[in-house]
Ligand binder design. Structure first.
Ligand code: ZN
Length: 182
């Protein structure tokens, strides 16, 4: 759950980071930046800001903004009917991104959010800077974290079905509830 004030602040901050990364967007697009708290209600720790450019039945093109030290929780994209699941490529435009995949535990620069050891199981660390990119095959667990300067990245993917994504943290709900600020 996030409040409308929190949402506005996150949109403004993410919008500024996107502009600084020299990605052009319209005012309307800036107003439509989404803040996802994954139902955990601590957006700044575990969450993401998402600007959608294209979302059709077949492809998705988005800009994902992570604030400094913000973590996008571990998840995977499961198969749906005849589709093997979402294939997703990330391309960093600005900042520092720590990307985690299955493999040898090399976690060093990033960190596991406090008290959430069980929710972050893949710990092969890849450090990404502007122009670095990576493709994640369907079904592969992954999570992302920004360094001290935050991170702005593109996400290019096949068909997006966020509500069907699997999360390691059993408390996660993909839909973000927004409540009026009091
Ligand atoms: Zn993903």
């Amino acid at each position: 759950m996030i409040t409308t004030d929190e949402l506005k602040a996150a949109q403004k901050r993410a919008g500024a980071m996107i502009q600084q990364a020299r990605i052009l967007m319209s005012e309307q697009e800036q107003e439509n930046i989404q803040a996802a708290d994954f139902g955990l209600s601590h957006l700044g720790k575990e969450g993401a800001q998402i600007l959608t450019f294209v979302e059709t039945e077949r492809i998705g093109v988005k800009v994902i903004v992570l604030f400094p030290y913000q973590t996008l929780p571990e998840h995977w994209h499961p198969p749906v009917e005849h589709d093997p699941g979402k294939e997703e490529s990330f391309r960093v435009v600005a900042g520092t991104l720590y990307f985690y995949l299955p493999g040898e535990d090399t976690l060093k620069e990033g960190f596991i959010p406090e008290g959430k050891e069980d929710c972050y199981t893949v710990r092969h660390e890849i450090i990404m800077k502007a122009t670095d990119q990576i493709t994640v095959e369907p079904g592969i667990k992954h999570w992302l974290q920004a360094g001290s300067d935050g991170a702005v990245m593109y996400s290019f993917s096949t068909c997006v079905r966020d509500v069907l994504d699997g999360f390691t943290d059993p408390n996660i709900v993909r839909t973000t509830k927004i409540v009026e600020s009091s």
